[in-house]
Write a protein that binds this ligand. Structure first.
Ligand code: SF4
Length: 231
């Protein structure tokens, strides 16, 4: 089991240059994703407003959307407003979100983030990347999820799937999500940023799986460095 795991990790080794066939065929890659995943243009995290999506995205770190969607309906019934979260009891909130993992940090971040919004932004959700990333516990990925799904902006969302697949394809050689985001912004036309992110996530859940990518049936095989090197 251990050997199998290390073999998989070995094949996902780090390169120092991007893979030209992937970059020069980015239009075809985008077209493929558009055709295969036409409906995957939004987050699968349940939410009714920007702050709920922010909370759900914080909870989704090191977890799955499916698990988070089981927790949030009850959570948002109990804590209805930003002020409710700002005034939440830390230990109680920890218990409320425990099943999503890393619950101590997440509970602290959610409360402090809600306090930032009530204290610095008059209780209103910021709608730009600078203000969103100034909130406690909010990084660029979380901020971009909100900007794309609530404020209809174009942004590249670098989650675990986008990070893994953009490396496998050879669109980036970086492992740091922020560097990957800026690499992809240079390659992908801005009008495609948001849809590309969501569709690549859907592709990562169905074909380019983390442990066992299904390269033999993958429509991107001929443009993909990992596929060319491992099949
Ligand atoms: Fe992923 Fe394999 Fe397809 Fe490359 S060829 S994108 S590694 S499934």
């Amino acid at each position: 089991m251990k050997n199998k795991k290390s073999a998989i990790q070995k094949r996902d080794h780090i390169h120092t240059v991007i893979f030209e066939p992937a970059v020069s065929n980015i239009g075809k890659i985008i077209k493929f994703l558009n055709l295969e995943y036409p409906d995957d243009t939004h987050t699968s995290l349940k939410n009714r407003n920007a702050f709920q999506l922010l909370v759900a995205t914080i909870l989704s770190a090191q977890s799955t959307d499916k698990l988070v969607n089981k927790v949030t309906p009850q959570l948002f019934k109990k804590y209805r407003t930003v002020e409710d979260f700002a005034g939440a009891d830390l230990m109680e909130l920890q218990q409320d979100i425990k099943s999503t993992g890393f619950f101590r940090n997440k509970a602290r971040n959610i409360i402090n983030c809600a306090k930032d919004i009530t204290g610095r932004f008059d209780g209103k959700m910021p709608d730009n990347i600078e203000d969103l990333t100034s909130l406690h516990g909010v990084g660029r990925k979380t901020a971009n999820v909100v900007l794309v799904n609530v404020f209809d902006r174009q942004a590249i969302i670098v989650d675990t799937h986008v990070k893994r697949i953009s490396n496998r394809l050879g669109l980036t050689v970086n492992r740091d999500p922020v560097k990957i985001e800026f690499d992809l912004m240079k390659i992908i036309p801005e009008k495609n940023w948001s849809d590309f992110s969501h569709r690549l996530i859907a592709f990562g859940r169905s074909i380019c799986l983390a442990k066992k990518p299904r390269c033999s049936i993958c429509g991107l095989l001929k443009y993909c460095r990992y596929g060319q090197e491992n099949t």
